[in-house]
Design a protein around this ligand. Structure first.
Ligand code: TPP
Length: 187
């Protein structure tokens, strides 16, 4: 299963009470194309979806913040996970779309294959639900989304997907416009 199939199957779980922060490149394009708009689509700011998601979760305690990040972005911003593990906002959820590569920039390998995500998250004190391999277990995706989004604590779902991307329409907005559209949506 490809990352975009994982993201499009999330659609039925996304209500107005869920705010999404997506990592730059391919993942933000998938979120823009397949999920309700507007969301916080990062452009250029690699490694920052978890920090921005943390800020949003703290600023909007009545809503749930869902960070959707590629493995390259997750690895680059890993230090922010120590702060998340320390604060543990119960309204912060995360999905790592792990294609073990920097697909957006040509598919160079990340170090994901040698990292035990579950042990890492355990060490951080963050709830996780196992590494779901969407290549071999697509049917359990819906169940996993349901569990993640109804969880009462900071939680992370790590999903292994194929290293394969489609050319999707890019986000037509400048980051400032993205921010403005996102804020307008609250009013
Ligand atoms: C600091 C920085 N380094 C490199 C880039 C170029 N870049 C944009 S997206 C991307 C890959 C992101 O990888 P990942 O989060 O795994 O998502 P994927 O592309 O695999 O979907 C890279 C290297 C950047 N925007 N900023």
């Amino acid at each position: 299963m490809r990352g975009e199939e994982v993201i499009s199957s999330l659609k039925e779980f996304i209500t107005d009470d869920i705010l999404i922060v997506s990592s730059n490149g391919n993942v933000s394009r998938q979120v823009y194309n397949f999920l309700p708009q507007p969301q916080v689509y990062l452009r250029g700011s690699m490694g920052l979806p978890m920090s921005i998601g943390l800020g949003l979760a703290l600023a909007q305690p009545k809503k749930q913040t869902l960070v959707i990040t590629g493995d390259g972005n997750f690895l680059m911003g890993l230090s922010s996970m120590t702060t998340i593990g320390n604060i543990l906002p119960s309204n912060l959820k995360m999905i790592i779309i792990d294609n073990q590569s920097y697909a957006t920039t040509g598919g160079q390998e990340t170090v994901s294959s040698s990292l035990d995500y579950l042990k890492l998250l355990e060490g951080l004190g963050i709830q996780h639900y196992g590494s779901l391999n969407s290549i071999t277990s697509p049917l359990s995706l819906n169940e996993a989304f349901e569990i993640l989004l109804t969880s009462k604590q900071t939680a992370v779902l790590h999903i292994i997907v194929e290293d394969d991307i489609e050319n999707l329409e890019n986000i037509p907005w400048h980051p400032i416009e993205i921010k403005e559209k996102f804020i307008e949506n609250f009013e």
